[in-house]
Design a protein around this ligand. Structure first.
Ligand SMILES: NCc1[nH]cc(CCC(=O)O)c1CC(=O)O
Length: 315
């Protein structure tokens, strides 16, 4: 359904192939719903893309991947920014909000290897590549005999490093691989029991200025309420724990029996201590469920585990 407006929507995006794919996806969705509207991509470089030689947990600062995009919307050089919900900070700058969350892609982590089908197939001492403390913690919890080795860079870079023989297997988000038509590289998916996903993993959100109501009306058809409900519960837990995707925190919500089932996990980097808890409740209480689950985890000792992670030299 098109509206009588001649405006152009400019999408600020990072330049990685995955970011460009996601921006292009939103562009196509917008053009599908509003054939008369022009949509352009505005590629920008983010701090998270510039600093590639240190673990993200050490680069510091929240919103490593979003700051430049937000600046573009605030200074009027772009209208919207498309984000992986996993990388979006909990709080938005004054004047910006995230009114739209699109339908979720596969939220699971994926094991990619040229030698083994599953992590369980790997012999003791095998080298697993990931720089996500959440993935490291969970893989070491079940396989303390494996060796986790630092791996950063965009999806293509990580696959290249695997193919170079630097790792026996690596762990990536299934969603990124699927979007880039690299699904064939997935040796096996990790179940939520094996590797509970990061909050928001697999979902894409759209940020824009809160005062642009005309724009928000144009974006509305891209909103997927079922995804938004799940991500709301997951982000509420993250927010209460003050965590993002750079700490060993996992949270994952699913719809069950007309309500939500939220699972959360906080662990030590070496996987030796893991706290897990879960909560079920009505969809209308998504936010409260996230807060409650976080508080239960904190009461069980998550605060001590996280303090240790933040104070530690991350290698
Ligand atoms: N942290 C980087 C990042 N942010 C979003 C994705 C994948 C796509 C998604 O979760 O929507 C990835 C790559 C990865 O974790 O393998």
């Amino acid at each position: 359904m098109s509206q009588a407006t001649s405006r152009t929507i400019r999408i600020a995006t990072r330049k990685s192939l995955l970011a460009l794919w996601q921006a292009e996806y939103v562009k196509q969705q917008l053009q599908h719903h509003h054939p008369d509207i022009a949509v352009e991509l505005v590629p920008l470089k983010s701090k998270g893309d510039k600093i590639l030689d240190v673990p993200l947990a050490k680069v510091g600062g929240k919103g490593l991947f979003v700051k430049e995009l937000e600046q573009a919307m605030l200074d009027g050089s772009a209208d919207i920014a498309v984000h992986s919900m996993k990388d979006v900070p909990m709080e938005f700058p004054e004047g910006l909000g995230l009114p739209v969350i699109c339908e979720r892609e596969d939220p699971r982590d994926a094991f990619v290897s040229n030698r083994y089908t599953t992590i369980d197939d790997m012999p003791a001492g095998s080298v697993v590549g990931t720089s996500s403390l959440r993935r490291q913690c969970q893989v070491l919890a079940s396989r303390p005999d494996l060796h986790v080795k630092f791996l950063r860079g965009n999806v293509q870079t990580r696959l290249q490093k695997l193919d170079n023989g630097d790792y026996d297997g690596i762990i990536l988000a299934s969603a990124g691989l699927i979007r880039l038509e690299l699904e064939a590289r997935i040796a096996s998916h990790l179940t939520p029991e094996q590797s509970l996903p990061a909050g928001g993993q697999g979902a894409v959100g759209i940020e824009c200025r809160t005062d642009d109501t005309e724009l928000q009306a144009l974006l509305a058809p891209l909103h997927h309420p079922a995804t938004a409900e799940r991500v709301q519960a997951e982000r509420a837990m993250n927010r209460r724990l003050e965590g993002g995707c750079q700490v060993p925190i996992a949270c994952y919500a699913e719809h069950v029996d007309e309500g939500l089932w939220l699972r959360g996990l906080v662990g030590s980097v070496d996987g030796t201590s893991i706290l897990f808890d879960e909560i079920r409740g009505p969809v209308a209480e998504a936010e409260a469920m996230g807060v409650q689950l976080a508080e239960r985890l904190l009461a069980a000792g998550a605060d001590r585990i996280l303090a240790e992670v933040y104070g530690r030299e991350v290698q």
